[in-house]
Write a protein that binds this ligand. Structure first.
Ligand code: SF4
Length: 231
């Protein structure tokens, strides 16, 4: 059975519940400046946030500016990030990006998509995360969790990440837009997981449109207690 699009009312309830569950959602990457965030997100491609945090917890106290990381050089940077997947390519990209930041942007991370995407290793998703998390812009970075969640729940059905991104930007009510990215990632990472979604403890199972949700224990209405328990 195909998944139906959520209605406007269902989308409103969906985000009200996610907000109630996590009033202050945040990225799980450790960072303390837009530059640290940019480096962390670049390193996180196809790697877990935990593995990136382990590396940056050692790197950032030593080098957390474009100049300082550039001074490490590719080989020096690799020593800090070699536990992260694809570290060879990532080290080269980060060093090249640092050089561009120094030469063209006064060592300041740009707050616009074009300049961010011109940096080596920075694609649309990374730019969206930085614009949203560091600069408070209402962007939507569609990763594997959000792509799955959008299609599975009927929140944003699309054949590719761009279609899902555009649909999300269209249907998410303004009041939720700034935090929506984090709510969706966290819900996808911890509840609406790929193989065995935890529909039995999901706070939005009554508005979710996935036809198989009841096989995974979805409730038809959400007991107030369930919401309270998860706060
Ligand atoms: S009910 Fe299941 S499929 Fe739907 S959002 Fe919740 S966890 Fe995901």
């Amino acid at each position: 059975m195909p998944v139906k699009n959520m209605t406007k009312k269902q989308i409103q309830v969906f985000f009200e519940r996610l907000r109630e569950q996590r009033p202050n959602p945040k990225t799980e990457l450790n960072y303390s400046s837009p530059f640290e965030l940019l480096v962390a997100v670049t390193l996180s491609a196809q790697a877990t946030d935990v593995s990136v945090n382990k590396a940056t917890d050692k790197l950032f106290p030593i080098a957390n500016t474009p100049e300082a990381i550039y001074a490490l050089g590719v080989d020096g940077l690799k020593q800090y990030i070699k536990t992260i997947g694809l570290y060879n390519a990532k080290a080269e990209n980060v060093i090249k990006a640092c050089k561009i930041l120094i030469d063209k942007h006064n060592s300041i991370v740009p707050n616009n998509r074009a300049d961010l995407e011109a940096l080596p290793g920075v694609g649309r998703k990374t730019a969206n995360v930085v614009l949203n998390t560091a600069f408070g812009q209402a962007t939507m970075a569609v990763d594997t969790h959000i792509f799955r969640l959008g299609n599975r729940t009927g929140l944003a059905i699309g054949k590719n990440v761009i279609e899902v991104e555009q649909r999300l930007l269209k249907v998410i009510p303004k009041e939720f837009m700034l935090d929506a990215h984090h709510w969706l990632i966290l819900h996808g990472r911890y509840c609406c997981i790929a193989r065995k979604p935890k529909c039995n403890e999901c706070v939005v199972s009554d508005v979710c449109q996935w036809p198989d949700r009841f096989e995974f224990g979805a409730a038809k209405s959400i007991p107030v207690k369930m919401l309270q328990d998860q706060n």
